[in-house]
Design a protein around this ligand. Structure first.
Ligand code: CP
Length: 335
């Protein structure tokens, strides 16, 4: 495997093989599998789970890793192309990235969306500019529009619980958050649930529709897997018979890059905080999912988050096993 960038790059059989490997590595550890291998981790955006789970994954497989982020005591990094570097930054990303990559056998890169221009972010302009600088295998640890490691872990979490694929109802719901957040998780999650063959409802208020290209990509995956996609603004209709609700806040696509207009729109939507009454007409065993970090009492009520519906800790733990499978395939002897 030369890149783990998007679940859409993999067939259903390839994803099934990764999930099988993740489960095998969870149940039967292989502490020598990646002995002597090094993973470089470049975080241009903050993290807890991704950072810790990749380091833990490499250690559990017998390899090592190192982390570089702008918050560390490194030289200030300039990212703008074509700039005369007579300011504070002493190093350009064009040298920094290939140097970091050269110390490892593979590199993981995180660079969130700039959230100024939707076309720029949809084209993955920044992430592609970074991966164009390297020749080693790479892993997308969250880019502008993708978070494949989260999606693989979420898929495994649903499998672990025996949640149905075909016929399973998956509600991807927008939730309130005081800030305009990226589209990477909702875009990846929607595609993942569709590719898993689920009947997906995207529940979102007006102004927060996901971009057409994201919806079309998910519809194509659903057509192939036997799943389906609908959109709704009606919470009661959306939650009818749901097996799972996956909550996530994201930026208004109507006002992308316009913080004030986004703010004005979202401040009317404080009641989009997932709470127990949301589940009134869902299945009794309907689960609550979120990629974390999550704001308690804002995105979801404490009673749902701490209650039996919540599987957020299992999702986070599965990040490690899912990534172990990716690393095993990318860096193992059979890669
Ligand atoms: N879900 C997730 O990617 O968490 P972090 O931002 O903490 O890595």
């Amino acid at each position: 495997m030369k890149a783990f960038n998007d679940l859409a790059d993999f067939s259903s059989d390839e994803i099934a093989a990764l999930l099988e490997l993740a489960l095998r590595l969870e149940q039967h550890p292989e502490p020598e599998a990646l002995r002597g291998k090094v993973l470089s981790l470049l975080f241009l955006s903050p993290s807890l789970r991704t950072l810790a789970s990749f380091q833990a994954a490499m250690t559990r497989l017998g390899g090592g890793s190192f982390v570089i982020s702008p918050e560390m005591s490194i030289h200030g990094i300039e990212t703008r192309p074509g700039i005369v570097m007579d300011g504070a930054a002493a190093e350009h990303i064009r040298e920094a990235v290939p140097v970091i990559a050269s110390y490892g056998d593979a590199i993981g890169i995180r660079a969130f969306a700039q959230r100024q221009n939707l076309e720029f972010d949809m084209a993955e302009t920044e992430f592609t500019a970074l991966t164009d600088l390297i020749h080693t295998p790479y892993i997308n640890m969250e880019s502008a529009m993708n978070h494949p490691c989260q999606s693989l872990a979420d898929w495994k979490t649903m499998d672990d619980l025996g949640m149905p694929a075909t016929g399973g109802k998956f509600v991807l719901s927008w939730a309130y958050h005081p800030r305009a957040l990226p589209l990477a998780v909702p875009a990846s999650t929607l595609h993942m649930a569709a590719k898993r063959g689920m009947d997906v409802t995207v529940l979102r208020p007006e102004g927060f529709e996901l971009p057409d290209a994201i919806m079309q990509k998910a519809r194509a995956a659903a057509d192939e897997s036997g799943g389906s996609i609908v959109e709704s603004e009606d919470r009661v209709e959306a939650m009818e018979g749901a097996h799972v609700i996956y909550a996530k806040s994201w930026s208004s696509t109507k006002h992308y890059g316009d913080k004030l207009s986004d703010q004005k729109l979202r401040e009317e939507l404080l009641d989009w905080c997932v709470d127990e009454p949301w589940f009134d007409n869902a299945r009794d065993d309907c689960r609550f999912m979120h990629c974390l970090p999550v704001r308690r009492g804002v995105v979801v009520s404490e009673r749902v988050l701490d209650g039996p519906r919540s599987i957020v800790i299992a999702e986070a733990r599965n990040r490690m096993f899912a990534q172990m499978a990716v690393l095993h395939q990318m860096l193992g002897t059979q890669s």
